[in-house]
Every structure is written in structure tokens, then in C-alpha cells.
Design a protein around this ligand. Sequence first.
Ligand SMILES: C[S@@+](CC[C@H](N)C(=O)[O-])C[C@H]1O[C@@H](n2cnc3c(N)ncnc32)[C@H](O)[C@@H]1O
Length: 283
Amino acid sequence: MAISDSSSRILAGLLEARTGQQLTMSRRWRIETALSGLMRQRKIASIDELITLLVMNRDARLSDEVIEALLNNETYFFRDRAPFDMLQRELLPAVRNARLAERKLAIWSAGCSTGQEAYSIAMMIAEDPLAWAGWEIEIVGTDVSRTVTDRAREGIFTHFEVQRGLGIQQTIRWFEERGDQWAVVDQIRDMVRFEARNLFDAPPRPGQFDLILCRNVLLYFCNAKRRDAFDRMASALKPDGGLLLGAGETVIGQTERFAADRSMRGIYRLAGGRDADRRATGS
Ligand SMILES: C[S@@+](CC[C@H](N)C(=O)[O-])C[C@H]1O[C@@H](n2cnc3c(N)ncnc32)[C@H](O)[C@@H]1O
């Protein structure tokens, strides 16, 4: 299935307009593989036919499905491990100390895919019951793709997905075997809420977070969209909150709203605190 330049430009334009994700020339090879399942299912014989349905017939459902198929949803439990070790050892204890009076903790996994990142945090907190007893904990996972947030909410993972990142003990403790799949136990599932939500829409409830994880999402945004996403996350972060990005992602040269925390590797803080945030949003 050969894809003409004009077809790949139309598909890339659709994806970028809806999600901010750029399908750069070097990533356009993905189009064919990414769309083959959808085209088979919809009995669409060629990319040209697909484009006609999208452009001429303005099939909104089909355009949602195309966008979802083009998104990269790669994720796994405790991805890259080191950031989770840092959260466990340094950031979560620090947030806990800072919030002892109110005993409330709010965490947002922005671009959560099928939920492994949010569930990893929930497991980490559940594994320290003494520290968090009596706390009101809200962990929210959002993603522009409804398919992945529906799957995340189900909390059912294949053997392969569970093996990626989880040891046997954690698997047995936090999952129930269901045939050849693993269902996350209610205790963990009940700690996490998932919503289909674009990063460029309003943030999810409660709107102000102690920690935002936005990992491996901003990588393919153009500079302007990335800056916009940082602005939105800055407004959704508590003045002393932390932002965690993916390996290889940084705020340096991308935004003035965040600065690296010198004592916690990989954590970004609001530059100039909330005052700078108010100045920037005019609120
Ligand atoms: C590569 S996955 C990363 C998942 C997880 N954060 C991790 O690091 O393992 C990127 C996710 O970002 C989502 N995404 C892309 N653009 C988005 C947008 N504008 N708003 C919300 N989610 C978006 C994709 O659907 C995808 O599930």
C-alpha cells in the first residue's frame, strides 16, 4: 500500500489539528502499519478511499478512529523505573510532609495511555499504607484517546503487559488472574479515575495538582503546542507542586513557566512560584 505525499499530509494535518502530535517525515512510515487494522475492519481498500471518506464524506467517527490509530500509545508499568524510585524516595515523602495538615494528595497522569503509569503510582502509595492512612488521594489519568482510557478503566492487562515492569510479587499482590489476563484489584482500581480528555482542554478535577506526570507525550508536539501544553500544566499545578516529564524531555528552551528542581532530579517546579503563574495567565 503506497501512500502519496498528499495523503500523508492530510492524515498528518488531521492528527496535528486534533492532538498537537506531529507526524514528521521520519515517522510517516508508521501510517501504513497503524491504519491497516482499521482499514481491514472498515473494509476500506486503499488510503485514497480512506481520504475520500474523511474529506468528502466528513465521517467524524472515522476521523476519530484514524486519529486513535495514528497515536503512539506505548507504555508500561513503572516505565524507566528511576523516576518512580525518585518519587517514592524523595518527592512523595516531601509532598506528604507539606500536606500533613490537610491530608489531601492529587496526582495527574496526563497522556496516560492504557493506565500503567497511573496504576504504578497507585500501587506505590498502596504499598506504604502507614504513610497514607486517612489521606484523601486522587489519581487521575487522562488521554485524548477514548479507546485507551476505556481500556485503562477496565484495568485488564495481558500477560505480556503485566510482565513489562512488574515483578511476580507485585503482580500477585495487585492483580487477579482472569484466564490468560490479569485484572487489577479493586483496591488499586478505586484509587484511580480515567477520563478521555485532550491536554488542550481544561484540566480534570480537582484542577490543582501536587504532581503532574506528562511523560512521552510532548515529544512530538511542535514548539508552539508544547509551550501551550506547559502553560496549561503550569496553571493546573499547586505553587509547590512538581512536574515530571519523560526521559529525554525537558523544559529547557521550551518554556519559561518551569525550572528544574536542583535537588530532585527530573522534577520541574513553577518558575517564580504561583505569582509568575498569575502574571502569565493574567488571573
Ligand atoms: C507514548 S504514550 C505515553 C504514555 C505514558 N505517559 C508513558 O510515558 O508511559 C503518549 C500518550 O499521549 C496521548 N496523547 C497524545 N496527544 C495528546 C493530547 N493532545 N492530549 C492528551 N493525550 C495525548 C496519546 O494518546 C498516548 O496515549
